[in-house]
Ligand binder design. Structure first.
Ligand SMILES: [Ca+2]
Length: 259
C-alpha cells in the first residue's frame, strides 16, 4: 500500500496507523496531529520518506523516519480556490514560498494537480502534500451569434420622429441562403413584410459567412396626427432554412409604441 501526496491536518488520533504489510508513506504533510505515523503492533515495516512534519504530538512511533523527511517545518498553508491547504508560493503571489515546494523526490512522477493558489500545475521536482485538482475555467470559446436581431431607432414615437427598423441576420457558417420573415404584431394580428399584408410571406436572402447582413426594413418620419397612445406593438424577425419554417438561431424582436 502506498500513501503519497496527502495532507493530514489536526487529527485527534494517528494520521496513519500502520498495521500489517510494508506500506510506503511518502510526500505527505502531517500538521497539527495528535500522532502522525504510528505502528500499531510493531509487525509492519513502513518505508517512509519525503514527508513533512509540523506541530504533531508525535511524528513517528515505531517506524523509521526517512532520509529526506523535514521536521519542525511549517508547510505554510494558504487558502485557495478549492480549500485551505494550498502551499504559499512567491510565484502565486504570496509573501514566502513553502519549504514543501519542490521538496519531493526528483525521480518521482508528479501528481496531476496543483499546490498553487493560482492553479498552475506542479512541475518537477514535485511539491510535497496534497495536490488540488485544476479547476481553472477554460478560456471560453466565443459562440458566434446566430439568427436575427431587430434594432429600432426608438421604442416610443411621436410626430416627427424618425422611425427606423433594421434587421441583422447571421446564419450558420455553411448557410448561404435563408428565408427571412419580418412580422408586425398588432396585439396578435400579424402583418408580414415585405408587402405588410396578413398573408404569410418572406424573402429569400443571401447570407455572408461570419458577418451579419443588415436589412433596412422601414425608415420614415412618424406622421403628425392624433393617433392616441398605443404601446405593446411588436416586430418579430427570423431567418429559416429555405423551404422550411425551421428558424436558424435566435428570433429577434422589439416592442414599441407611439403617442
Ligand atoms: Ca514543484
Amino acid at each position: 500500500m502506498t500513501v503519497s501526496f496527502c495532507t493530514f491536518v489536526d487529527g485527534l488520533q494517528a494520521a496513519i496507523l500502520v498495521g500489517d504489510g510494508q506500506p510506503s508513506i511518502n510526500h505527505c504533510i502531517f500538521n497539527g496531529n495528535e500522532q502522525a505515523i504510528v505502528d500499531s503492533d510493531g509487525n509492519a515495516v513502513a518505508t517512509c520518506d519525503y514527508n513533512v512534519f509540523f506541530n504533531n504530538g508525535i511524528d513517528y512511533s515505531g517506524e523509521e523516519p526517512g532520509a529526506h523527511d523535514l521536521f519542525d517545518t511549517d508547510p505554510v498553508f494558504v487558502h485557495g480556490p478549492d480549500g485551505s491547504y494550498y502551499l504559499s508560493q512567491l510565484v502565486a503571489g504570496q509573501q514566502i514560498t513553502s519549504p514543501c515546494v519542490d521538496a519531493g523526490d526528483p525521480m518521482m512522477s508528479i501528481p496531476y494537480g496543483t499546490t498553487r493558489t493560482d492553479e498552475i500545475a506542479d512541475i518537477a521536482p514535485p511539491d510535497i502534500g496534497f495536490h488540488y485538482p485544476l479547476t481553472a475555467t477554460p478560456t471560453p470559446t466565443p459562440i458566434p451569434w446566430m439568427g436575427t436581431q431587430v434594432i429600432m431607432s426608438s421604442d416610443r414615437f411621436k410626430a416627427g420622429d424618425q422611425f427606423k427598423l433594421d434587421v441583422f441576420c447571421m446564419g450558420n457558417p455553411g448557410d448561404q441562403y435563408a428565408e427571412m420573415f419580418v412580422v408586425l404584431d398588432v396585439f396578435g394580428d400579424f402583418w408580414f413584410w415585405p408587402l405588410w399584408t396578413p398573408d404569410l410571406q418572406g424573402l429569400l436572402i443571401a447570407l455572408q459567412p461570419e458577418q451579419p447582413v443588415t436589412f433596412s426594413i422601414l425608415d420614415f418620419q412618424w406622421p403628425h396626427g392624433d393617433f392616441g397612445e398605443v404601446t405593446g406593438l411588436k416586430f418579430w424577425a427570423a431567418i429559416c432554412r429555405p423551404g422550411t419554417f425551421q428558424a436558424i438561431g435566435e428570433i429577434g424582436w422589439v416592442e414599441f409604441g407611439y403617442y
